[in-house]
Design a protein around this ligand. Structure first.
Ligand code: GUN
Length: 293
């Protein structure tokens, strides 16, 4: 049996980041301004802190201004809303991202709705999500991880029209919006979730599988139609005593068995993850360009 190609998201993301750096230099010359991204984090979750650190570093690397707001985990709803309002009013801030999940006592829906719709670079404002879900309408911003998945499919030349796409997972951040994007590309889309009966046979129909369930190695090679494309959004830590930190990150697909059957599969890490950050930068650049041009 042959082996599918590994899709290198890191390489694609690096290319996008180079293009963004060049656009920032142009904007600086033309308008004397650079894109600004505000990243708000509430609380001390280690995974969220890691993601936020990577986002802020990525901003600096492409020449953006980064505006930090680190609030303690016991902040009130009003304090979070005040931070958002301050960035809404700041003309140097073109994008506002509130890292999710928020602490349980904070109303996520209210916070996301408070972000100015034209600074909503995560694409989670209800107006942007609504347009994403509707035929013939386009949001101002598309959620970054789903957009990164589609960008990878485009870069490998995947033709989605009329194809069977199966999304495993229905989160607001990935599963639901990526399904909407695949539908907009005229794929026939099925969403599987924790209550789905006989998920393996549903996934077996798929020409494209997007794995976004947050379950380590749950999708096996035996579930995959030969030649299918697998986009693996999972980043799950599993114990590995041979590693310095005692764990390693694996996807929602069982990489070794899936790679033997698939036409192509994204690496984990180094697949969708770097694309999420590249698309966040791209959304922020787009926002700044709308402000100045
Ligand atoms: N938490 C997990 N993924 C994301 C994301 O793309 N954006 C935000 N704001 N929070 C997240």
């Amino acid at each position: 049996a042959g082996e599918g190609a590994t899709i290198d998201g890191k390489a694609v993301a690096d290319q996008i980041r180079k293009e963004i750096s060049a656009s920032v230099a142009l904007m600086k010359g033309k308008h004397g301004q650079v894109p600004g991204l505000a990243v708000v984090i509430v609380g001390e979750r280690k995974d969220s802190q890691t993601y936020v650190r990577m986002k802020r570093r990525a901003c600096a690397e492409v020449g953006f201004r980064s505006f930090d707001c680190d609030l303690p985990g016991d902040s009130t709803q009003q304090e979070v809303l005040d931070a958002v309002a301050k960035f809404n009013a700041n003309p140097h801030v073109h994008g506002i991202l509130v890292q999710l999940p928020l602490p349980k006592h904070i109303d996520e829906e209210a916070v996301l709705a408070a972000i100015s719709v034209d600074k909503d670079v995560d694409g989670f404002h209800p107006l942007n999500i609504g347009k994403l879900a509707m035929k013939g309408r386009e949001p101002l911003f598309t959620p970054c991880t789903p957009a990164g998945c589609l960008e990878l499919l485009d870069r490998i030349g995947a033709d989605l029209r009329g194809k069977r796409a199966v999304v495993v997972g229905r989160s607001n951040i990935v599963g639901m919006p990526v399904a909407m994007l695949l539908l907009k590309r005229n794929a026939t889309v099925t969403i599987c979730h924790s209550a789905s009966v006989d998920m393996a046979s549903i996934v077996r129909e798929a020409d494209v599988v997007v794995a976004a369930a947050g379950q380590a190695q749950m999708i096996k090679g035996s579930w995959i139609k030969p030649g299918a494309i697998i986009i693996d959004v999972g980043t799950n830590p599993i114990d590995d005593a041979s590693r310095k930190l005692g764990y390693r990150l694996v996807g929602d697909a069982d990489f070794d068995s899936c790679k033997k059957v698939a036409g192509a599969i994204t690496a984990v890490p180094g697949g969708v993850g770097p694309m999420t950050i590249a698309l966040l930068l791209k959304n922020t650049l787009t926002s700044a360009e709308r402000f100045y041009e």
